[in-house]
Write a protein that binds this ligand. Structure first.
Ligand code: PGA
Length: 253
């Protein structure tokens, strides 16, 4: 098995102001961060350039910036959208796609998310691609079927090489923003199922090399134990990414 580099994403969602983002980035810029971790923070689109600019004065060179969305078409008449080439123009190398808030609130389908992921990768971006089940699916015991259907839609459009640009985030919807974290065993089991699906349906190499993050109420209190699991390669952090606790989460591997 290859060593997968520990990865922590911070998804600010629709939070933050100039002053708040400066506070968060100043904290990261002066922190003693685990240099073996890859760190990607994701402010709202309006603040992408600002965040990137603030990071350049920091001592941690392992922090990158991600957009929270991108469209699947090139520049043109798509009011309100942002293109892959516009992100690249700003030096933004990452994008989060398939987050459950966009799936549920904005009605994004597995296929639409897959097409945006493909467009992002074709345009040179790397993608934090999210999946995860609602509570009724977890309770019905069909989580694996649910998340493998989500990833199958993605696998349909990606080439084997495309997977080197993908980090998977498994985020059970019932754990997002609820304070109700998946147990270490639940996280490990679903990550393992996703990895086995990749081995069977894409390749052994992709299964071994693709990072699978856990997301959903990750804090500096639960991250250490979750990080001990063989198939948990890091975290996608929402609420706690706005707080100093994020630094401890990055350092929890
Ligand atoms: P949370 O969000 O950490 O606030 O639960 C995680 C996410 O939505 O990525």
């Amino acid at each position: 098995m290859c060593a997968r580099k520990f990865f922590v994403g911070g998804n600010f969602k629709m939070n933050g102001s100039l002053a708040q983002i400066k506070g968060i980035v100043d904290g990261l810029n002066s922190a003693d961060l685990n240099q073996n971790a890859e760190v990607v923070i994701s402010p709202p689109a309006l603040y992408l350039a600002y965040t990137k600019d603030l990071l350049k004065d920091g001592k941690n060179k392992n922090i990158e910036v991600a957009a929270q969305n991108v469209f699947n078409k090139g520049n043109g008449a798509f009011t309100g959208e942002i293109s892959v080439s516009q992100l690249s123009d700003l030096g933004i190398n990452w994008v989060i796609l398939g987050h459950s808030e966009r799936r549920q609130i904005l009605g994004e389908s597995d296929e639409f998310i897959a097409s945006k992921t493909k467009a992002a990768i074709d345009g040179g971006l790397q993608v934090i691609w999210c999946c995860g089940e609602p509570l009724e699916i977890r309770e019905a015991g069909t989580t694996t079927d649910y998340v493998t259907k989500q990833i199958a839609a993605l696998a349909k459009v990606l080439s084997p090489e495309d997977w080197t640009k993908v980090v998977i985030a498994y985020e059970p919807i019932w754990a997002i923003g609820t304070g109700k974290v998946a147990t270490t065993q639940q996280a490990q089991d679903t990550h393992k199922d996703l990895r086995e699906w990749l081995a069977k349906n894409v390749s052994e190499k992709v299964a071994n090399e693709t990072r699978i993050l856990y997301g959903g109420s990750v804090t500096d209190e639960n991250s250490k134990e979750l990080a001990t699991q063989p198939d948990v390669d890091g975290f996608l952090v929402g609420g706690a990414s706005l707080k100093p606790a994020f630094i401890k989460i990055v350092n929890s591997a």
